[in-house]
Design a binder for this molecule. Structure first.
Ligand code: AMP
Ligand code: GLY
Length: 433
């Protein structure tokens, strides 16, 4: 099989790494990839959101499967363009990817299909006056979200009406989220603890992977600014077998049925971002791709041939590879970021310690280093090239999260660069369950 993976972060490194373990895979291309991904795939000079160029490349290179890592290309219609050329793609069509690319669509879809979530209202830019009036009567805290893709930054939690009115001005008048803020969703604030459940699907059948917990804030104890995610662990005991059953029945199955009824072809991953309280889950958000860093812990736990599984989803015969087995293991990933992230930071810092993580150690010690943002400098050494630089991942082949956390941090301690920053409490919240 010849596979093209779209994206260039630690999530895509984990995808390529797992695909490469399949005996059926002859060649992996990744666009744009990064210096770490280049160790397991050939980098292709393609802009993933340029859907025509992607389809052209896939035809020229006789690609058997395209795996889409991030939401941008899906929102741009890459699955539609590939479908037209009859190239199997692991990722939903544009009209199904709206579940992530429009929060207003997602809320209305959940409402139509009776999926548990926070109460909400949608306002467009032309309805600023009505929106202000509405804000006078909602209860606080309330959540204001930009409708469109805003790289995880489009959400403001408002404690008071004054804060909400200020957020509204920022979005509608100062247009801080640009086009993404043409419409907003105002939502009830949900109490509870967050977790993510991933279903992979061919649109009809599905399989649920290990539930995970991300750590979105920059500082220990879930304080400070929101980031793309500073670490994750899986499986999380917060999501009990009963909650998994509830999520299947009340979330995943209605989403897939609703998508079919509305003629939206959904193949790929359904990421259910959940708020859990009193033993029940409600949906915070959907994403139409794997989470980053959740992918780095969820994928290594799959006991199966990822290429075969993704192809079965893309071709519509997932049932042929079910059930998908999971290793009886725990996984922890710690993101090493550049000092200053998620605001401004330096790049080009030389990274030390990576050379000691050989394939032998990967197998013997269960450590895999996924690169999020690295490049080779003029001496051919790894250097930093972005905010989330590395995802240091440990897989402990037993059900002992505490040990796996230690294993991950032991590896983190052996890697360094100027201004390396990481949280020191990744996975800790999983110990209390
Ligand atoms: P989203 O981009 O919709 O996932 O929102 C980003 C983050 O904001 C979530 O991961 C939650 O931590 C928080 N959040 C969003 N919506 C709500 C809500 N209705 N209640 C509580 N927290 C929320
Ligand atoms: N880790 C959160 C996300 O990928 O959206």
């Amino acid at each position: 099989m010849r596979i093209l993976v779209l994206g260039g972060g630690a999530r895509e490194h984990a995808i390529c790494w797992k695909l490469k373990q399949s005996p059926r895979v002859a060649k992996i291309f990744c666009a744009p990839g990064n210096a770490g991904i280049a160790q397991v795939a050939e980098l292709a000079e393609l802009i993933p959101t340029d859907v025509k160029a992607v389809a052209g490349f896939a035809m020229r290179e006789r690609i058997d499967l395209v795996v889409v890592g991030s939401e941008g290309p899906l929102a741009a219609g890459v699955a539609d363009a590939l479908d037209k050329e009859r190239i199997p793609v692991f990722g939903p069509r544009r009209n199904a990817a709206l579940l992530e690319s429009s929060k207003a669509f997602a809320k209305e879809f959940m409402h139509r299909h009776d999926i548990p979530t926070a109460r909400y209202a949608v306002f467009s830019f032309e309805e600023t006056v009505e929106c202000r009036a509405f804000l006078r009567h909602v209860s606080y805290p309330a959540v204001i979200k930009a409708d469109g893709l805003a790289a995880g930054k489009g959400v403001v939690i408002c404690e008071t009406e004054a804060e909400a009115t200020h957020a509204l001005d920022e979005i509608f008048t100062h247009r801080i989220f640009g086009e993404a803020g043409q419409r907003i969703v105002i939502e009830e604030f949900m109490e509870g603890e967050e977790a993510s459940v991933f279903a992979i699907t061919d649109g009809v059948d599905y399989a649920v992977l290990a539930p995970a917990q991300d750590h979105k804030r920059i500082l220990d104890g879930d304080r400070g600014k929101n980031t793309g995610g500073m670490g994750a662990y899986a499986p999380t005991a917060l999501v009990t077998p009963e909650i998994i059953e509830q999520v299947k029945r009340e979330v995943i199955e209605p989403v897939l049925k609703g998508m079919r009824e509305e003629s939206r072809l959904y193949r790929g991953v359904l990421y259910c971002g959940l708020m859990i309280a009193d033993g029940r889950a409600r949906v915070v958000e959907f994403n139409v791709r794997f989470g980053d860093p959740e992918a780095e812990v969820v994928l290594p736990l799959i006991d199966g041939d990822l290429a075969e599984i993704f192809l079965a989803c893309a071709e519509g015969h997932l049932s042929s590879v079910l059930p998908i087995k999971a290793f009886p293991a725990t996984a922890v990933t710690v993101v090493i970021a550049s000092q200053g992230y998620p605001e401004s930071y330096q790049t080009g810092e030389l990274i030390s310690g990576l050379e000691s993580f050989t394939q032998k150690r990967e197998i013997e010690e269960g450590i895999a280093i996924f690169h999020g943002a690295t490049k080779l400098n003029e001496h051919g050494q790894f250097a930093t090239s972005g905010g989330r630089v590395l995802a240091v991942t440990a897989v402990g082949y037993e059900d002992d999260l505490r040990r796996t956390i230690t294993q991950a941090y032991n590896a983190v301690a052996q890697i360094g660069f100027n201004g390396a920053y990481y949280r020191s409490d990744i996975g800790k919240k999983g110990l209390k369950n």
